[in-house]
Design a protein around this ligand. Structure first.
Ligand code: CP
Length: 304
C-alpha cells in the first residue's frame, strides 16, 4: 500500500491509509498512556509549524509529537514574521523552503491554502486546518476516540451539532466516518447548515433533544464568534437553549458520548456539568491528538 506524500484532507485519503494511521496511532496512544519510550525515528529531520492562524491543541501537539520523534522543530508565528513588512505569503513559503525543511505543517484561514505550500516547496505537507474546508488530523483523532470508546466505527450513529457551514472539523469527520460505515447526521440552526448539504450524504435532525436520543455520540462544534460576527445567530442564549448540551439533555440518553474539538465556549455549546461528566471526551481527544500526529509524521516518512 502506498502512503501519500502530503496529508491534505480525509476526502482524498483512502480507507486503507486511514486505517493504517489509526492503527499506528493506537500503538502510540498505548505508549503515551504507559509512559513507554517513543523511539526517535525521525532524528535529523526538520519541520516547521507554519501557522497563519492561532492554535493551541493542533500546534502544540504537533510540536510535542515532532520532538518525541526526535525532529528539529521550528515554529512560525505570522504576527512576528516579515508578513508585517509586506512580504507575501508565497514568498514566505519560498524562503522557508530555501531552509530545506523536510516537513511543513500548515494552518491558514483560506480554503486549499496547503496547495500553495505544496506548489512552492519540496517538503512533505500536512494540513493543520484550511479555512472551512478540512482539518484532517482532527478528524483522525475524533475517529480514534470513537473507535476506542465503541470498538468500531461501522454502524455508529454520530451527530455533529452546530456551526457546520464554517467547520473544517465537521467536513473531515463526515468524510472519514462515512468511509468506515458510520451514519453521520447534522443538527444545527438553518444558518449553520452548509450550502452543499445534499452532496454530503448526511441526514438533518431538527431538534437537539431528538439528536441526543437517537445517536451514540455527539460532536459539538464551537460557536465561532470570530467568523459569525453576530450576523448569523439571533443570540448566543437562544443557541444555548436550543443546541447546548446540559444535564437535562443528558438525561434523555445517559449513555451518549460527547466530543468537542475545542476550544469550547462553556455555557454555550455545553455547560460545566457536561465538562465534568464521564460522558465528555474533550481531554481524551487532546491526548489522542498527540498519538495521531505521531502516527502521521511517522508514516509520511515512508512516503515517496
Ligand atoms: N481543535 C483545534 O484545532 O484546536 P486549536 O485551534 O487549538 O488547534
Amino acid at each position: 500500500m502506498s502512503f501519500p506524500k502530503h496529508i491534505t484532507g480525509l476526502k482524498d485519503l483512502s480507507k486503507d491509509n486511514i486505517e493504517l494511521i489509526l492503527s499506528e496511532a493506537q500503538s502510540y496512544k498505548d505508549k503515551l498512556i504507559n509512559n513507554d519510550r517513543i523511539e526517535e525515528i525521525l532524528g535529523g529531520q526538520s519541520v516547521i509549524n507554519l501557522f497563519f492562524e492561532n492554535s493551541t491543541r493542533t500546534r502544540i501537539s504537533f510540536e510535542l509529537a515532532e520532538k518525541l520523534l526526535g525532529m528539529k522543530s521550528v515554529n512560525f508565528s505570522a504576527n512576528i514574521s516579515s508578513l508585517s513588512k509586506g512580504e507575501s505569503e508565497v514568498d514566505t513559503i519560498k524562503n522557508l523552503d530555501a531552509m530545506k525543511f523536510d516537513y511543513i505543517v500548515v494552518r491558514h484561514n483560506e480554503n486549499g491554502f496547503y496547495q500553495k505550500v505544496i506548489d512552492n516547496s519540496s517538503a512533505k505537507v500536512i494540513n493543520g486546518g484550511d479555512g472551512t474546508n478540512e482539518h484532517p488530523t482532527q478528524g483522525l483523532l475524533d475517529m480514534l476516540t470513537l473507535k476506542e470508546i465503541f470498538g468500531k466505527l461501522e454502524g455508529l450513529k454520530v451527530c455533529i451539532i452546530g456551526n457546520i457551514s464554517h467547520s473544517r472539523v465537521a467536513r473531515s469527520n463526515i468524510y472519514g466516518l462515512q468511509k468506515f460505515g458510520a451514519e453521520v447526521s447534522l443538527c444545527a440552526p438553518e444558518v449553520y447548515l452548509p450550502d452543499d448539504i445534499d452532496e454530503l450524504g448526511v441526514n438533518v435532525i431538527d431538534s437537539m433533544d431528538e439528536a441526543v436520543k437517537s445517536n451514540d455520540a455527539l460532536i459539538l462544534l464551537r460557536v465561532q464568534h470570530e467568523r459569525d460576527a453576530g450576523k448569523l445567530l439571533s443570540s448566543v442564549e437562544d443557541y444555548s437553549q436550543k443546541y447546548g448540551m446540559n444535564e437535562k439533555r443528558l438525561g434523555l440518553n445517559p449513555d451518549i458520548k460527547i466530543l468537542h474539538p475545542g476550544p469550547w465556549n462553556e455555557g454555550v455549546e455545553l455547560d460545566q456539568f457536561i465538562l465534568d461528566s464521564p460522558n465528555f471526551y474533550g481531554y481524551k481527544q487532546v491526548t489522542n491528538g498527540v498519538a495521531v500526529r505521531l502516527a502521521v509524521l511517522k508514516l509520511l516518512n515512508s512516503s515517496d
